[in-house]
Design a protein around this ligand. Sequence first.
Ligand code: UDP
Ligand code: MG
Length: 317
Amino acid sequence: MKKSTLAIVVPCYNEELCLKATIARLLEVLHTLEAKGKIKEDSYIYFVDDGSTDSTWDIISAYHERTHQVKGSRFVRNYGNQKALIAGYESVRKLGCDCAVSIDADLQQDENAIEKFIDEFHNGAQIVSGIRNDRKTDGFIKKHTALLFYKTMHLLGVKIPVNHSDYRLVSKKALDIMEEFDERYLFLRGFFNELGLRTSYVHFDVKPRMAGSSKFNFISLTRLALEGITSYSIRPLRLITVLGFLMGLFGLLVGIETVFEKIYLNNSPNGWATTVILLCIFGGLQIFCLGIIGEYVGQVFREVKARPRYIKSEELK
Ligand code: UDP
Ligand code: MG
């Protein structure tokens, strides 16, 4: 039977309330998989402390003293969950592993599914995406905005699996390929799907958060969605062109019609309200379209500066 070195990557931001239970549970998972002969003894958990202001880092350090199966690094400030994940993947690639599984620190994703991930990996998959069975634990707004995001991404031609939430296994090969990509704002859900590596899917149940509160709010989720869209699709820019063309055509037709009425029917339309309404609608549309272009210009601006993605202050290997 195949046996691999597994690295579990866990981004954490102010997770002191969950972390002890999470570490204990993940160590248990490692030991079970070791006992079943599916992973090697040098498998480990890698925490990325995303600039926590609570005792998250102290907890990670304390466990690292006890067992070297707990490793981690710490950011100088909060960079957001995507950067923490990227840092985790990059670090475990350097430390060495055959595959890496990313999971949230609150263990909302069912950690028992890791075994299925490993099985799929041993069957030849390079990427295994976790797909949530339902969204019972999400509130009404979060559930529907998430579904709207996936629909929009599909309409824009980005193929990301619906209800996949950064719970995935990636092989060493996928990590090596990731290293070749210099993008600052790598959107992982889009990225791993576009690589064209052999991918399989594992369904899992989502649990309620074990303690503390969600680190995402409406604004940070919107930012993630906008970054995802602008880094993977330029279709919105094309739509703007089409929209501009259609609006111009509409104006031309209305203009011709007005001249026609004036000359042949001697009927000059007085439409103050119509003029104002149209002005507002088209004015608004123009500003909206400028905003979309601005998002892309912003994306180019951030990429072109090529600043480091994140800065680490400490690492426990
Ligand atoms: N997280 C992070 N940096 C952030 C926000 C969140 O590393 O700026 C981590 C967080 O600690 C958790 C994961 O990302 O491990 C998912 O966050 P959370 O559970 O709060 O999100 P939700 O499950 O509510 O979508
Ligand atoms: Mg969560």
